[in-house]
Design a protein around this ligand. Structure first.
Ligand code: GLU
Ligand code: MG
Length: 445
């Protein structure tokens, strides 16, 4: 059956990961002997988890998810199941949501991401996607404060030496899980690290994102450390989860060796422009909690300004050029206003949806911004359409709720239920002072 290879790899139990609207993972575990059955019939979970908010309460959506009745079947995807190096005996399985009648459940984020990838395939195109993870490593003090595992200097060997056992074990674990680690470094903030992994198809990239987070936590635990992917664990530099995307036609990267801006092809430009245009609504999906707006501010390298630029770290879309023959395949757009509270399936789905819309509309990019976008004179900002992305969750939710591009792509059910959860987050957390917000949420992600 589908589990023979897992048994051979020493797997005794599989954790089925349901990724909720704030990327909190709700797990159901099964012994390996049940895995084959579960892969076809699924395990149960209340539909309400699609309405979950960060404090484990539920935000209902009248006419969609509006009461305590209803059950899902979560079906693990055997082909995407990964034995976990740092949790010996365990494997991780991404799931698809079905109704009890065996129909695809309309609020399933993974199905949404797959639909968007399929829509690109219908045009003869594909996207290669990679997440880049920033996270805080340290101890959770008794009073709940974060005690960092290093105090910098940012990027320094000092920070690495203090944590070399953790860093090495992490690279080995990620590598042995076939996730192609690219780089690991101590980041700017105290206790902060960044790990990037290789690109893959959009659904696999989102699956990998969840496996990476699981692995980082598990490796840290073996060293007596805890990890947070919250966008802020203390005031200051935040944790991002940037997304890198490239658009392909067969073996050709459409972001390179074209005659458009920065060497993009026409299709590459339209795809990027579609994303840029829709960003104010997209951040409702990619920065979906109040905590994220402490990070999403100008001058934090978090991409708070709606503009694009080549290698511009203040631009929401940072274009990375593959200039030479050898690097043409590496050209990509980095979407920076994304954090670890974003459900990665919804995030890639929303980005692809906007890119697809750009392709249909034949969108063009405004002139690029190589300066600090926040410091531009107003007339230049107006000419290039540069503006600050939503600075709070309520603003972002309003932008999202008004987006017909995302509504059409997600479908009414997923769209309405997701928006309801974000309004629930607003009700619960908007208006708290920064320290209190961090205190309540830093250990939930
Ligand atoms: N920490 C920054 C953020 O919140 C990103 C820094 C970088 O460019 O790597 O997104
Ligand atoms: Mg970084």
């Amino acid at each position: 059956g589908v589990s023979a290879w897992l048994e051979e790899a020493g797997v005794a139990a599989v954790a089925l990961g349901f990724v909720d609207p704030s990327a909190i993972v709700r797990v159901k575990s099964v012994p390996i002997a049940r895995f084959s059955d579960v892969a076809s019939s699924g395990v149960g979970l209340s539909t309400l988890f699609n309405a979950a908010i960060s404090n484990d309460e539920f935000a209902l959506s009248p006419g969609f998810i509006d009461g305590p009745s209803g059950d899902l079947r979560l079906r693990p995807d055997p082909a995407a199941t990964v034995p976990l190096a740092a949790m010996p005996g365990w494997a991780w399985a991404p799931i698809d949501q079905y109704t009890q009648d065996g129909e695809p459940y309309p609020a399933c984020p993974r199905a949404f991401a797959r639909r968007m990838a399929d829509a690109l395939a219908d045009r003869g195109l594909s996207v290669s996607a990679a997440f880049e993870f920033e996270f805080s490593v340290g101890l959770r003090r008794e009073d709940g404060e974060f005690q960092p595992a290093h105090e910098g200097p940012g990027y320094s060997d000092i920070a690495l030496v203090r944590n070399h056992e953790f860093a090495l074990d992490l690279l080995i674990a990620i590598q042995s899980q076939g996730l192609d680690p690219q780089q690991l470094h101590p980041e700017y903030a105290d206790g902060q690290f960044e790990l990037s992994i290789g690109p893959r198809d959009p659904v696999a990239a989102a699956d990998a994102a969840m496996v990476v987070k699981q692995t980082v936590r598990a490796v840290a635990r073996t060293h007596g450390l805890v990890v947070s992917f919250a966008p802020q664990v203390a005031l200051g530099t935040g944790n991002g989860m940037h997304v890198h995307l490239s658009l392909w036609e067969a073996e050709r990267n459409l972001l390179s060796r074209g005659d458009g801006p920065a060497g993009m092809t026409g299709l590459g430009e339209a795809f990027a422009a579609g994303i840029l245009r829709e960003l104010p609504a997209i951040v409702g999906v990619t920065v979906p909690t109040c905590l994220g707006y402490l990070r999403l501010q100008p001058h934090h390298w978090s991409g708070a300004m709606q503009c694009w630029g080549t290698e511009n770290r203040e631009a929401a879309l940072r274009f990375i050029v593959g200039a030479t023959d050898a690097t043409a395949g590496a050209a990509n757009v980095e979407v920076k206003p994304v954090d670890g509270t974003a459900n990665p399936y919804l995030a890639v789905g929303a980005l692809l949806a906007a890119g697809l819309h750009g392709l249909s509309a034949g969108d063009r990019l405004p002139p690029s911004t190589e300066e600090d976008p926040d410091g531009l004179p107003d007339d230049v900002k107006a000419e290039r359409g540069v503006r600050q992305l939503p600075a709070s969750l309520p603003e972002a939710v309003n932008e999202l709720a008004a987006s017909s591009v995302l509504r059409d792509a997600m479908g009414e059910f997923l769209f309405e239920t997701f928006v309801a959860t974000r309004r629930g987050e607003v009700e619960q957390y908007d208006g708290l002072d920064d320290e209190e917000l961090i205190r309540r949420l830093r250990w939930r992600f």
